[in-house]
Design a protein around this ligand. Structure first.
Ligand code: GBH
Length: 491
């Protein structure tokens, strides 16, 4: 394989769009303004402030609920082609259900969408980036099969209001993260610690809810408005620590990524066969009468299969895998492994790190992941819905982030040019600094820095914002040296 690209191949294909992403709880604030209902993150953070670094909350965050015009302004300054943001479910439906629609919430996203369109920036909407209405969690949340209908109802409401102006939709952000962290380790909202069924019920219901929304969109809205819809999967690239573990690594990928991809993107549909077999054997061995991985009916398999117009992926990192040895504590994905696989995940050698030591930087993993996905699911369009680097302190000279972006864009170009993978979008995570879940405000992912001491939450360009604008303007990785240095002129 070619690992570095000849200069004349450094241009980006014209159909590839550049943008940035955010999520409602992480930036909006205004957590109880103007009739908004409570979501599970509002509650989780208020109830367990000890779990969040610095004891902070998302009550104000970047205050995008009031300062969305500043977000549009910085997106325009960077010449972004799209801005991916998410809709806070109970801001639109305060009870979680369709009995009550909160007009102020409707207007908020409507204004944001119009503001973006006025600048020629495409709005891309994530319908769920973890902001479940508390009332629905009280009924079991993602463990309750009725959520499929409830999410479908919510989807229909927002399609009705916004589908004329929004042409790219993502149902879910990283279901593997909110199912495993929310219903397994319980480190994320809603904080359910249940390793037996929780993450697998969530897995199945999310897939059905995704398919439900896809089918509503295609049947009731797409004929009038056109548009595309998919989901944003978290993809962790997994390498065998030793070549003899390569089939274990493959099983790991199927467990991490395949469970949320195979049912939608494969020709045959349903769970990845290797995982179905593994879960059945393991469950019987544990004394259960059947697999803990809930079965799909024939009808459900068909219902889910083929419900995506492209593949959305959030790529951050790569891990190594090896069989568990005595003393390992297999946990869940991203932490250290999985008990079902009897395997352990390790940090790769030779990686560099941002502030978040859970995310070792391995740009080559992006290319390997894209190749693997293409091999598994065919020659479809791929949209990189997140990719980003964390820094710690207030610091505008974020040259490591510039390097991170450059290195990942290079791997993306290699995929496109050498491996002939169709990549149609790249979203930098994130537009501005935001509430980094358990990391609070100590972990910073923004291209623009937020001044949390200032009531206006002033947005200031980092070096990476300047670099990204250069790349977007030139549509090439080959940018002048001046693009690599800090520049405040567009601030
Ligand atoms: C993305 O997840 C999210 O979509 C986004 O909201 C987030 O801001 C971004 O990454 C940066 O983290 O402290 O042990 O709970 C990426 C996958 C999974 C990485 C959960 C961090 C949490 C570690 N993330 N993991 S822990």
């Amino acid at each position: 394989i070619t690992t570095s690209l000849a200069k004349d191949l450094w241009s980006f294909p014209p159909n590839l769009k550049f943008g940035a992403a955010s999520a409602s709880y992480q930036v909006e604030g205004g957590w109880k303004d103007d009739g908004k209902g409570e979501n599970i993150w509002d509650k989780y953070v208020h109830d367990h402030s000890g779990l969040i670094k610095g004891g902070v909350t998302g009550d104000i965050a970047a205050d995008s609920y009031h300062r969305w015009r500043d977000d549009v302004k910085v997106a325009a300054k960077m010449k972004l082609q799209f801005y991916r943001f998410s809709i806070n479910w109970p801001r639109i439906l305060p009870t979680g259900f369709t009995n009550k629609i909160n007009q102020a919430g409707v207007d908020y996203y409507s204004d944001l969408i119009d503001g973006l369109l006025a600048e020629g920036i495409e709005p891309i909407v994530t319908m769920y980036h973890w902001e479940l209405p508390v009332a629905i969690q009280d009924l079991g949340g993602w463990a309750n099969p009725l959520i499929v209908e409830w999410f479908g109802d919510f989807a229909r409401v927002i399609f009705k209001i916004y589908a004329e102006r929004v042409r790219t939709w993502l149902t879910f952000n990283e279901p593997v993260a909110f199912c495993d962290y929310g219903y397994n380790s319980g480190m994320y909202a809603p904080g359910v610690q249940e390793q037996i069924y929780g993450p697998y019920l969530c897995n199945k219901h999310v897939l059905l809810a995704h398919a439900k929304a896809y089918r509503i969109f295609h049947k009731e809205f797409r004929p009038r408005y056109t548009g595309k819809i998919s989901l944003a999967n978290n993809v962790l690239w997994i390498e065998p620590l030793d070549l003899s573990y390569s089939s274990l690594a493959e099983l790991g990928r199927q467990h991490q990524t395949g469970r949320y991809s195979h049912p939608i993107f494969s020709k045959e549909g349903g769970w990845p066969p290797s995982i179905e077999k593994l879960m059945e054997e393991y469950s019987l061995k544990q004394g259960f009468k059947e697999s803990r991985l809930p079965k799909f009916t024939r009808h459900e398999i068909e219902f889910i299969k083929g419900t995506a117009d492209f593949y959305g992926l959030n790529y951050y990192t790569t891990n190594m895998i090896r069989p568990a040895i005595p003393g390992d504590k297999p946990g869940i994905w991203f932490l250290n492994g999985s008990p079902e696989l009897n395997a352990t995940l390790l940090k790769p050698k030779g990686a560099y790190y941002g502030h978040d030591d859970l995310l070792p930087v391995k740009p080559e993993g992006l290319r390997k992941e894209l190749n693997w996905l293409k091999e598994q699911y065919g020659d479809i369009d791929f949209f990189i819905t997140e990719n980003g680097y964390s820094t710690t302190a207030y610091n505008l000279a974020d040259y490591e982030r510039v390097k991170y972006m450059r290195d990942h864009l290079e791997q993306m170009l290699l995929s496109i040019k050498e491996d002939k993978v169709s990549v149609v979008g790249y979203a930098a995570w994130s537009l501005v600094d935001n509430f980094e879940w358990l990391g609070g405000y100590s972990t910073k992912f923004g291209l623009y820095e937020i001044d949390y001491e200032h009531p206006n939450r002033t947005r200031t360009a980092r070096a990476s914002a300047h670099y990204y604008r250069c790349v977007i303007e030139k549509r090439s990785l080959d940018v002048p040296k001046s693009c690599y240095v800090k520049n405040y002129t567009h601030n």
